[in-house]
Ligand binder design. Structure first.
Ligand code: SF4
Length: 326
């Protein structure tokens, strides 16, 4: 068999949209249908350029801060979650809010509130400055210290070593987080763990899948945007699993032909905020260069779905009832 005929693609499953992203994107689309444009969205609804640009064309306006939203308008909060202070600001400005925070991020917010009420020091493992970390920290700013990886552990101090708990951002590398936790436990032997995983099912499943295909790939292409934490982690996990090379691209247009030199097997996956149409374009691009044989590497079955934000559900129900009555 020649090198050319042996060329193949290993395609990760699961990949792409998670339940939280799916819900957030549908929420913006439904809100546009229900209330009409514009719908203001605080921060990128999900960290993906293509999704943001598609929603902008339909009438969504993305803003950095709530104060940019005209008084009396509708504003949606992104899947990453917001601090309570953002809800207060929206109320002051008489904004109608739709909260598209992923329920799995809300779960971490609730844990933070509960442990703060019990007067724990909370060590939040996550990336300093990431929207989700800012939102979670805002639930209990006096109790939370952000730990941005194992290298940060040496500088962490707490008030009482017998009342310390760790929580985490939902989209981290599982392995690196465990390394950070191990170091924290060495420093604070009484460190309490969260009641259940904070790194979400979607992040974990996508990392397991890329680990499986990374070991057999010369090159791994991860479709996702540079500001997507879970997508960036997939590149790191692929390299850690043994892939010779791995790159994060927004779409097929960003792939460099030179990466294919000497490559027999290409692994392909995508972050939790990436629509599959972008992966299909990458597969087409690869097929055009002799990588037409696609083998699925299945790591898990995903069946989780989340219902739309409650404010939107309420108005959609009322609208349906009006139509039925009229
Ligand atoms: S990556 Fe996980 S936490 Fe983030 S939106 Fe998706 S399901 Fe929710």
């Amino acid at each position: 068999m020649t090198a050319t005929t042996a060329r193949r693609v290993l395609l990760a499953s699961p990949r792409g949209y998670c339940a939280g992203v799916d819900r957030a994107v549908i929420a913006v689309e439904k809100a546009l249908e229900q209330y009409g444009a514009p719908i203001y969205v605080r921060h990128e609804i999900v960290h993906n350029k293509y999704v943001v640009q598609t929603l902008e064309k339909k009438g969504a306006i993305f803003v950095d801060e709530t104060e940019e939203v005209p008084e009396g308008s509708i504003v949606m909060f992104s899947a990453h979650g917001v601090a309570p202070i953002v809800h207060e600001e929206a109320e002051r400005r008489r904004l109608a809010t739709i909260d598209a925070t992923c329920p799995l991020v809300t779960k971490v917010h609730k844990e933070a509130v509960r442990f703060a009420q019990e007067d724990y020091d909370i060590l939040l493992i996550g990336h300093e400055g990431h929207e989700e970390v800012i939102g979670t920290s805002g639930e209990a700013p006096d109790h939370i210290t952000v730990v941005d990886g194992p290298q940060d552990v040496a500088g962490v101090t707490v008030r009482d070593e017998s009342r310390v708990v760790w929580l985490s951002q939902t989209t981290l590398s599982v392995d690196e987080t465990m390394e950070t936790v191990d170091r924290l436990k060495e420093k604070f032997p009484k460190l309490v763990s969260p009641p259940s995983d904070d790194i979400c099912y979607a992040t974990q499943n996508r990392q397991i899948a890329v680990k499986q295909l990374g070991a057999d790939s010369d090159l791994v292409i991860v479709v996702g945007s540079q500001n997507s934490s879970n997508s960036k982690r997939l590149v790191e996990v692929a390299l850690g699993a043994g892939a010779r090379d791995a790159h994060l691209v927004d779409g097929a247009g960003e792939i460099d032909e030179a990466w294919l030199e000497g490559v027999t097997t290409v692994g392909v996956t995508s972050g939790a905020s990436v629509p599959d149409v972008l992966v299909e374009e990458v597969l087409e691009w690869l097929a055009g260069r002799g990588y037409a044989d696609v083998e699925i590497v299945k790591a898990a079955e995903e069946t989780i779905t989340f219902s739309l934000p409650k404010e939107l559900r309420r108005d959609l129900r009322a609208e349906a009832a009006r139509k039925a009555a009229g």
